[in-house]
Every structure is written in structure tokens, then in C-alpha cells.
Design a protein around this ligand. Sequence first.
Ligand code: ADP
Ligand code: MG
Length: 377
Amino acid sequence: MASLSIESLRKSYGSVEIIKGVDLTITDGEFVVFVGPSGCGKSTLLRMIAGLEEITSGELKIGGTVVNDLAPKERGIAMVFQSYALYPHKTVYDNMAFGLQIAKVDKAEIDAKVRDAARILKMEHLLDRRPNQLSGGQRQRVAIGRAIVRNPQVFLFDEPLSNLDAALRVTMRAELAKLHRDLGATMIYVTHDQVEAMTLADTIVVFEGGVIRQAGSPLELYHQPRNTFVAGFIGSPKMNLLPVTVVAATADSVTVAAPWMTAHLTVPVEPGRLAPGSAATLGIRPEHMAAGSETGLITGQVTLVERLGHQTIVEVAAGEGAGVTALIDGTRMTAVGSTLPLTFSGDDVHLFDADGVAAVRLKVPEIARARRERPAA
Ligand SMILES: Nc1ncnc2c1ncn2[C@@H]1O[C@H](COP(=O)(O)OP(=O)(O)O)[C@@H](O)[C@H]1O
Ligand SMILES: [Mg+2]
């Protein structure tokens, strides 16, 4: 187990810079999840940590030691990929044992480690099978077992569940959380799955174009996104980001107006650069809107209805091309073409300045400030 420290890390392929100066500290035993759009450099950064890609500049420390020039096998790291990359002709046992056999580890020690990993992963009954006799989830567990037997200081996972069907992903997600609790190991995990990121992470790191846009606990990112990029990236359905004009500002509130709103809205934030007259962006999460009765802050024609059961996703044309998405009570009667009033509270919304930087919210729920509580292992 170890901490990790990344300082001004950069990576270029020829003249193209992919990782553009990343600073990140990961504490011993932390579960860190990297998210970001496809191509933003998540895999590249993971491979740099593993030693599979050369570091162009900057410093990478594992457990306090600079490892920039250490070979992958000297870094105490194990990596699990989306493709399991198992040896098809070897048994589960030998797939897990192989790395240790190559390293000439004592046979009895290998046996103990493989059986221990099989126990942790509930695979004791599968040790004699070959990969083609296993389900996708079982194969991925073998790949994870192969990582466990190496007793690494840090586990790296690159979208390990992407090849699994939805139900299996849910099961494996819970198993990974348990594995992390049981091993207490430092883990870095890349995913494009919102729920995986929110549920597994102590810290989520949001990347865009090779830079970190924000790092924080899942609920910190949800309740206090620092910019419009993170605001739009974390949360599903996505946060509505709509143009408004500032009409008044005090020390602890900003009041905004817009042609698509039927009234002014006062938001409890530090005004920062949001002076009266300036243009701003109002962020409203779909789940923070409710269908009103007579009038709403927004009233418009419904353009889309998606019934999920307990909730319904609606899209409402709020005038001037501003379409908003709302997540409303699933029992509410509504149809495309009808008029729907939507209400929301200033306490739940976000305000961003012209550069997309968030104003500091003053009524953030307590839970968004707390570190995630973990049950004792
Ligand atoms: N060996 C390489 N040579 C040149 N460009 C590469 C190489 N590997 C990755 N890239 C580029 O680096 C960028 C980041 O890729 P990657 O780290 O795989 O993104 P992510 O995992 O976030 O989807 C992409 O634009 C990709 O095309
Ligand atoms: Mg990738």
C-alpha cells in the first residue's frame, strides 16, 4: 500500500501534448476515480503511472520514491484492463500464478497466494477451468486475481467492467467496493460510468483535454462543481445550463433574470464577479425541478416525455430556444404538446460567470462537505 504524488506531469507524442501538467496527491488506501470525455488522456495517465508510457516531464512518486525511471515491474503496481488478456490455454490457477512463477517465487508461497486471491474473489471452485469455460464476469475476476497475487502497492483499473452486461456490472461494482475495503489498497480506477464513479470513489478526478478540471469527493463535485464543464459532466440527466442576466447582488446573494423565467430568482452565493448587468449562466439539475400547478418559474410546451416509472423525464421549451430537462414525479399526467409549469428553488441552483467559473454556494448540504465515511474493514 502506498501514497502517490503526481507533480506537473506532462506527456507529448511528437509535437502533440496529451497530458498538459497534472498535479495530484493520492493518499494511502484511497479509491480515486478518473473520469472525462473519450480521448482526454485518462488511459495515457494511467499507463504513465504504470510505467508503460514514458513521462515527458514532471515527477511521479509512489510511496515517497520517485519512480519516473523505474521499470513497470519495479513500481509495485498491478493493472487490470478492459480486455482481460488471459492466457487461453492456462487454467485459472495458472493464469493467476504465472507472473509469480516467472519471478521464481517459491511454489508453496505461490499456492498460498493464489488460493487466498481465489477465496477473496469467491473463485475457489473455478481454479481448474480455462478462460473459455468462464463467464465474462468470472474472467474479469481472474484478471483481478492476477493483480491481487502480486500484492501491489497500487491497483490500476482501466474501464475493467466495460465489457460486461448491465446486471453483471452492478454485481462487480459491489464486489470491487468490497475488495477495496478488504485489501485497504490504493486504487486508481478509470470509468465513463457515472454510477461507478459516484459509488466507488473517495475522490473523483474530472479531466478535460489533458488537464484536471476538478478533484473532490463525489458529493462535493455534485453540489459544488467549480465550473460549467464539471457541472455538465457529473449528474444524469445533465444539469441545465441557461443564460441569465444579473440584476442585483449583495454580500450573500445574487438575483438574476431571464426572458425564459417568469420572475426574478435570488440565489444564495458569494457574488464574486457577478456584478449587476453582467451575463451569467444558471445551472439547474433536472432533479431539482418539479412540475408546478398553475404557474411556474418556467412555463413552456412539453417537447419530450420519457416515463421511467417513479420519475418522468420531460423536456420543456422555455422560449428563445432554451429547452430545459426536468425530472418530475412519475405519476404526473403530461403529454408532448401540453403546457407544463416548472418550479425550482434558488437554494438548489448554481451560478457561473461569463468564463464558466462557479460562484461559491452558501447553502451547500452538510453531506457535500464531509469526507466519505467508510465502514471499518
Ligand atoms: N501512442 C500514441 N501516439 C499518439 N497519440 C496517442 C497515443 N496514444 C494515445 N494517443 C492520443 O492521446 C489522446 C488520449 O488518449 P487516451 O489516454 O487513450 O484517452 P482516454 O483514455 O481518456 O479516452 C487521444 O487523443 C489519443 O489519440
Ligand atoms: Mg481510455
